[in-house]
Design a protein around this ligand. Structure first.
Ligand code: 3AM
Length: 180
């Protein structure tokens, strides 16, 4: 069995900036700099045959390239004890369209539809025992954070291995975005 998810890579200089933000929070476990990504779809555990089907199916996705920028920050859950701090993204119809194409290809493979609404974000840090007011201070401090636009030219299927030290992500396949 293999644990999979589909994601967008973030350019290295922006990953560096986001990682530095995540490091500022007392008591937070920042996302490893080289693993900072935007999850398009968490798939979960599948067997090797299904993983091959998923790869073949995702190869058929046709969606145009586009630009995104990081806009502000937030946390999950929105109320109560915060567990994840994240950076938000600019509104993007193209991102929604790409997500829908991927979702449809995965459903065609026999996976159950994704529960809940797609909520694009980039995880900055995971929190344990972080008081709400500390997370709120971070959210207020970074509320106006904006990045430059960055190009989205492809998407990636990652395998995620859960180790004691945290998840390790390995790219299994990636595909360019192009004219539809
Ligand atoms: O990109 P982020 O950090 O938001 O939290 C996991 C991570 O999200 C999420 O998938 C991404 C790659 O691991 N994830 C892990 N288990 C999940 C689950 N059971 C999950 N998302 C939804 N359901």
């Amino acid at each position: 069995m293999i644990r999979l998810f589909v994601a967008l890579d973030i350019p290295a200089p922006l990953r560096q900036r986001l990682h530095a933000m995540g490091k500022d929070i007392p008591g937070a476990r920042p996302a490893p700099r080289d693993q900072i990504h935007l999850t398009l779809r968490f798939i979960g555990e599948v067997d090797d045959g299904m993983a091959l089907d998923i790869e073949a199916s995702l190869a058929a996705v046709r969606s145009p390239p586009f630009s995104l920028s990081v806009r502000g920050v937030g946390c999950f859950p929105h109320r109560g004890t915060p567990r994840v701090l994240w950076a938000g993204l600019s509104e993007s119809r193209e991102l929604d369209i790409l997500h829908t194409h991927i979702e449809n290809r995965l459903i065609a493979c026999g996976l159950p539809p994704e529960p809940g609404k797609f909520s694009p974000h980039i995880t900055l840090a995971r929190l344990r025992d972080c008081p709400r007011r500390q997370a709120d201070a971070f959210l207020a401090d970074k509320a106006l954070f904006r990045s430059e636009d960055f190009p989205v030219e492809g998407f990636v299927l990652y395998a995620s291995r859960l180790l004691k030290s945290g998840a390790v992500h390995v790219a299994r396949a990636s595909w360019p975005l192009g004219a539809t």
